[in-house]
Every structure is written in C-alpha cells, then in structure tokens.
Write a protein that binds this ligand. Sequence first.
Ligand code: AMP
Length: 425
Amino acid sequence: MPKIRLEPVRGMRDIIPPDSNEILWLENSFAEVARRYGYEYVILPVVESFKVFEVKSGPEIRRSMYVFEDKAGRVVCLRPELTAIAARVYLRKLQTSPKPVKIFYIGKAFRYEEPQRGRYREFIQAGVEYIGEESIYADAELILLIRDYLKYIGLNEYSVKLGNMAIYRSLFNAWGIQEDVQDEIIHYIDKKELGKAVDIVSKHIANGAEIIEGLSKCVGSDPDELLKCAERSGLPKELINTHVSRLSKLLSIIRELGVKGAYADLGFARGLAYYTGIIFEVIPKGMSLSIGGGGRYDTLISTYGGPKTPATGFALGIDRIHLALKNVGKVFRDEVVKIALIPLIMNYRVIDEVASRLRGEGAVVNVLLRSRLSTAISIASSKGYDYIAIIGEKEVREGVVTIKNLRSRRQRSISIKKLTLGELP
Ligand code: AMP
C-alpha cells in the first residue's frame, strides 16, 4: 500500500467536530442575520483571474497570493478575498438590477502567509457588499449588521476602529504624489511603520511629516474631540470639513446606536488599495488580531470598466471569530433534540417510520446499526444525545417504540402512530 503523509499542506487545516459544527453554526447565523438586513446570497468562484486582484488589491495582498498558470496558460489565483470578485460579478450580472444591490457571501479565501494562531493560509470569510449607495448610512448599516451578528452569536466585547482613507488620498493627491507611491505610503501606515511613511512623504512636501504624525495622534471615541485634534494636526480645513467630519458623524451615529466599542483613529489605514473612504476593523477584547474589516471602495467598479458606482462592504473572519468565542469560554449548545435510534431487529420500514416522524419535527435521529444495546447507549451518551429509542421484536409486534431520556433516566413506550416530540419522556 502506498503511504501518504497524513498532515495537511502547511497552513491548511482539517477541521472536525465539534469545531466544524461550531463553524457551521457561525456561518448559518451570519446568513440568517445578513438576510434579515435584506442582503442576498451569492456564490463566487474560488479560482479567479489574477488580473481581478492585480489592478487594485495593493502590494500586501499580491505578495501573499497563490498564483499559478492553468493548463491553458491562463494566469489564475486562489481568491485572497471576495470583494474584488463581487465587484466583477456586479458589473457582469447585477448592473441592471435596481440599486442598491445588497449581496452576501460565505466562503474560503487563501493567502500565502506565515501560519500562526488565528492566521492560516486557508480561512473562511463571511461578508457583505452594499453597492450603489454613497450615503454614510450605508456604512453605518454595515456596522449595525456586525453589531447584531456578534450579539446573535454571543461575542459581546469588542471594539470597532474607524478611519477614513479619503483623508490620506486627498492629501496625497493635493501634494501631487503618484498613486503607486500613495499605495506604498498607505502600506507603511497600515503596518504601523510610520517612520518609513514619513520618509517618503517628506520628499514630496515640507510639512507633510508633521501632518501625518499629527493625524496618528488623533484616536478616540469623542466625535467633537476628533475634529479638534484634526485641526491641531494642521490638516487643511477643507479636508476636515469633508472627510473628518464624515467620520465624526458616523462615529456619533453608531455610538448612539449601541456600538459601545466604537472609536476613530485618524492614523488608521488599510492595506487593500481599493479603499477610498470610511474603513473599519473589528477587534475582540483580549485579542490582537482583527475578526473583521471593511470599508468604502467607490472607484473599484469604475476601475474595472464600469460606471462610477459607490460601494461599501466588509468581511468577517469566521475562523478568528470561532477562536475569539472559545477564548471567552462560549459554550456552543445544540438547540435540537438528539435521538439515537437503536434497532435490535432490522425492520427497516418501522425504523424509517419512527425516524421520519421525529426528523419531521426537526430532531436529529441517528440510527446506530449493529450496535449492542450497551455499546449504543454509551456512544449516545458520549455524543451528547438526549434520548435513545429502541425498536426490538416486542416493539414491532405492539406498534410502539421504547424511548429513554438519558438525562432524567425516565423511559416510556409510545405508540408509533402517535409519536411526536411532545410525547417523549
Ligand atoms: P482583511 O480584508 O485582510 O482585513 O480580512 C478580513 C478578515 O478576514 C480579517 O479581519 C480576519 O478576520 C480574516 N482573515 C484575514 N486573513 C486571515 C488569515 N490569514 N487567517 C485567518 N483569518 C484571516
């Protein structure tokens, strides 16, 4: 027999129960909350043309991509994120739909990064895109959706860091800095390597360093104080009145709506080069990694050849959310009734009738074939089942099923024709 290596490829993970069940619940819960906000599900390709990301993703993402040629010589990649693909699909298939277009996705993303706890080469992103609306209330809605999702799954302590890329883009444009150099400066600001960012800026403008350093000190949750701090930094008045005041307004809206951990940071930038306006990141208490991030990308769709279309969106990292929940000791409870059905004789019609009646009410019914009764009971207990249901010769003869509650130890014989969850002991 040929031997294979049993470990997965570096950075990939084999996820089994209970983790996999918990992750499925996190995904389903996300779909539930996103649908409540009117977002519709899209299924996007995992393999995508590299060009889709080459144009606007920025050096950070490109460096960590899985890029290869397919058999026909096309340069393709495993998607490192899904927003760029959503923008492409919007242009190809959703452009004529009434606006705004609100879509959500849940799926794998791949980045060739150094693996560590919470950072994998293959991970799950759940996200939404809100396309065709420029108002600040669209950005606010994204954060409220995150608020509701995190509440739904029981992650209550987190902060939301807000920034506005328009401040930097407008400043750099006014200083005549070319776009690729802008991307590089933003990359350094994102990586908190302010020294390197300032070195480049100083080559272009005399008091540039002062402003960049001044902005990096403006961090806080008070919307008015943010405006004052921006003034102290020497940022031109018109940029304060437009971009900082937009950020300050968003901050005050979402704080008023119960996002207690929200604060703004004028020194905050995100590496993805397509962001043009409001950006944000969600960081759970006690963790240094973000569990989600997003922002406005008003020029991405036109970069792809479409009309100028405002858009905003975010992606949450489901693997990291799972980690964060485990860190706070979350107990993932299975809400459904779980029943182990133990046939002592193989009367498959009766087995199916009993199982179907209970499954029809939403119960999990696991038929344990060829087990001895004692083995079956210990399997059922160790897997956290609530009941065992026994079908032996006597039960078949009398048209009943014997059901035992594994917690209370109570037991009853119930007529199969009258079997419902309400009858269980
Ligand atoms: P980004 O667009 O890079 O901010 O990614 C959005 C979210 O995806 C992050 O906040 C993380 O929760 C998640 N994420 C990004 N990269 C990884 C990774 N390598 N491993 C696990 N989760 C990730």
